[in-house]
Design a binder for this molecule. Structure first.
Ligand SMILES: C[S@@+](CC[C@H](N)C(=O)[O-])C[C@H]1O[C@@H](n2cnc3c(N)ncnc32)[C@H](O)[C@@H]1O
Length: 273
């Protein structure tokens, strides 16, 4: 049978080439395969604006690994809720946690259907890990989710992971109130991790923020003080809110001086007294 050619006026449908989205642009920047042409176009614009962005996203994953190791290995937490978990990649949160304590309960939350489908496929036979559809901007709904409540014991400390997500919550959506509502629901001894892109006050940061905002519809980089304020009322874990390279670096963590891109992200962990 001859191969059918599309009609001359054929256009890809939204399903075949959906608009760019946060999870898939990030996947592209991590050299993943789960992205479409529209995501790659935004990814390439970010690469042009910020040529060392790949180091930045690699170090985002690296600090997430170090934090999970700390929360499970040192703080002794056995429950993690990862909001804005993203597309599965190497060294996912549940894998890091289970390498230390196999019974650690992990809940992945995301509002992207593609992320949810991939995560569910990956985790089909993992009883300690569940995937929940939820929006960080609707904390009350999220906290009421039955899947979350069935898996997490709210009388035991929880590690709340907000890695690379709060900079997609706009000021008018009240990110500080959202964090407070989530933290209020957690018992003493719980920990919160925030990774956040920084408004470093220079042209690079402003340009990267503008490309993201244009490409995926939203982005709000904040100052180090604004990021630290998300953890107000909690006890900061050493070394506090710092650039990603400075948060408990491993021997192979690139120092802050290794690249200007490393100035553009902060990380901090705090404990609920
Ligand atoms: C840049 S990725 C970060 C993935 C992972 N946490 C990491 O740091 O490697 C941001 C993720 O947050 C999700 N996300 C963005 N806004 C969200 C919201 N309001 N509620 C839930 N998930 C959201 C996106 O779908 C995406 O998967």
């Amino acid at each position: 049978m001859p191969e059918q050619q599309p009609a001359a006026d054929w256009q890809p449908t939204a399903f075949e080439n959906p608009p760019p989205n946060i999870a898939r642009v990030y996947d592209y920047l991590l050299n993943g395969k789960d992205n479409y042409a529209s995501d790659r176009e935004i990814g390439r614009r970010i690469e042009q604006t910020l040529p060392e962005v790949h180091l930045g996203v690699r170090e985002q994953r690296a600090v997430l690994r170090r934090v999970v190791r700390h929360l499970v290995g040192e703080a002794g937490l056995r429950q993690l809720v990862d909001i804005g978990s993203g597309l599965p990649t190497a060294d996912n949160v549940h894998q890091i946690a289970h390498a230390i304590a196999p019974a650690t309960r992990v809940v992945y939350v995301d509002n992207d259907p593609v992320v949810l489908a991939h995560a569910r496929a990956l985790l089909a036979d993992n009883r300690e890990t569940v995937v929940v559809a939820g929006d960080l901007r609707e904390p009350a709904e999220l906290l009421a989710d039955q899947g979350l409540r069935d898996h997490i014991d709210f009388d035991q400390p929880v590690g709340l992971l907000l890695c690379g997500i709060l900079h997609y919550v706009l000021d008018e959506e009240e990110p500080a109130r959202i964090v407070r509502e989530l933290v209020d629901a957690l018992p003493s001894g719980s920990h919160v991790f925030v990774h956040h892109l920084l408004a470093a006050g220079d042209a690079d940061a402003a340009a990267a923020e503008a490309v993201l905002r244009q490409g995926v519809g939203r982005a709000r980089f904040r100052t180090m003080d604004q990021v630290a304020a998300f953890l107000d009322g909690l006890a900061l874990v050493d070394p506090g809110v710092v650039t990603v390279s400075e948060w408990r670096p491993d021997a192979d963590t690139p120092p802050l001086s290794a690249s200007p891109v490393l100035r553009l992200a902060a990380a901090g962990v705090a404990r609920k007294p």
